[in-house]
Design a protein around this ligand. Structure first.
Ligand SMILES: *Cc1c(COP(=O)(O)O)cnc(C)c1O
Length: 362
């Protein structure tokens, strides 16, 4: 006899992890969209300060971090939700909004956590294919909204394709969505987009009570290991609801302190974005020179085809050359891959290794 699990345990897909999380420095780690840069100046000191008090529980209201975010975005602190990573907010939103009979709408390929939200709650996932340029197809999504829809997930820029929609398109969509439907705009990579000023979208959360802007310290801030995310909510009730379904101390004290210190360094955010965008252009050019298809990226990674060669052979070949990227097959499209933009040296290593492995189309 074995222990019996709930029915949802059979439904929930296993998250497609990258592999090689602890491989260390000799590898070019281009599989998880992390920042290649370490923590920002002042962050290690703040985290070290916070760990001195590790015998105490953290502030369950995360007030200090929420106030810092409120000042940064000129936004009401009571409408800012914190999470142990933004995935924590996504899964809590699923629990707060979804149940059997309810529907959640999103596009595919997109973030691997979204299918889990429906599976974990028994809601129906309404999955709309991306458009021909691998962007979210907002008209097609709008057509899928019914009286049963509770939640729409809009990943902008989209993971894994890197493509983004301009703010005016998102706003037109939000304006057309009924107010009982929560729209989460997942902006994990928002800082890297050059389509609009990343701060301009905050106006959506100011004007539409059903909008939630989901953001993270895991990407441009370089704190993926600290697990801190946040959401700017159109309505305070969203924050209250996601707090109701979680344990009281969901965000640890060291992470909160590190995030608050990182937030002070917007100058470093700007530098990192400039460097990433310059490297992105170089990498896109290198991939196109190999004859590969490249989706238009507004993020810190690139979605590209692998030519006519076998996907697994190419990934294995890259691994032998100490470069890790993410298989497209695992993310929703075989024969493609998602490659994170690393340091200039890592990117050159990746391009040189890939050049040896892809078959040139004739
Ligand atoms: C990386 C990522 C996140 C952030 O996850 P955290 O839990 O904050 O580390 C959220 N959404 C998308 C689409 C991502 O790619």
């Amino acid at each position: 006899m074995a222990i019996e699990f709930t029915e949802k345990i059979r439904r929930i897909p296993v998250y497609p992890t990258a592999g090689g999380y602890s491989l260390g420095d000799e590898f070019a780690m281009l599989a998880s969209n992390e920042a290649p840069f370490g923590p920002m100046p002042g962050v290690v000191e703040a985290a070290t300060g916070a760990i001195q008090n590790a015998n105490r529980y953290p502030d369950p209201s995360n007030l200090s971090l929420r106030r810092a975010l409120a000042a940064r975005f000129d936004f009401m602190p009571e409408r800012i939700a914190i999470g142990a990573g933004s995935c924590d907010i996504l899964l809590s939103a699923a629990e707060a909004l979804l149940e059997p009979g309810a529907e959640v709408v999103y596009s595919w390929p997109s973030f691997s956590v979204y299918p889990q939200m429906a599976a974990a709650t028994g809601a129906r996932a309404v999955v709309v294919p991306l458009d021909e340029e691998d962007r979210y197809d907002l008209d097609a999504m709008l057509a899928e909204i019914t009286a049963a829809t509770r939640l729409v997930l809009l990943c902008n820029p989209n993971n894994p394709t890197g493509t983004a929609l301009p703010l005016d398109a998102i706003e037109a969509f939000v304006a057309a969505v009924p107010r009982h439907v929560c729209v989460i705009v997942d902006q994990a990579y928002g800082e890297f987009s050059v389509l609009d000023d990343p701060d301009a979208s905050v106006s959506l959360a100011r004007r539409y009570p059903n909008v939630v802007l989901l953001r993270t310290f895991s990407k441009v801030y370089g704190l993926a290991g600290m697990r801190v995310g946040y959401a700017l909510c159109g309505d305070e009730r969203f924050r209250v609801a996601v707090e109701q379904v979680r344990q009281p101390f969901f965000c640890n004290a060291v992470g909160q302190a590190a995030a608050e210190a990182a937030l002070l360094r917007q100058d470093v955010v700007t530098q990192r974005v400039e460097e990433t965008v310059a490297n992105r252009l170089e990498m896109e050019e290198g991939l196109r020179e190999m004859g590969l298809k490249v989706a238009e990226s507004q993020a810190n990674f690139i979605w590209h085809s692998l030519g006519d060669g076998d996907e697994q052979e190419i990934l294995d070949g890259l691994r032998e050359r100490k470069v890790l990227i993410r298989s497209g097959g695992a993310l929703g499209r075989a024969g493609w891959a998602r490659t994170t933009i690393g340091t200039a040296a890592e990117n050159r290593r990746f391009l040189a290794a890939l050049r040896e492995l892809v078959q040139q189309p004739v």
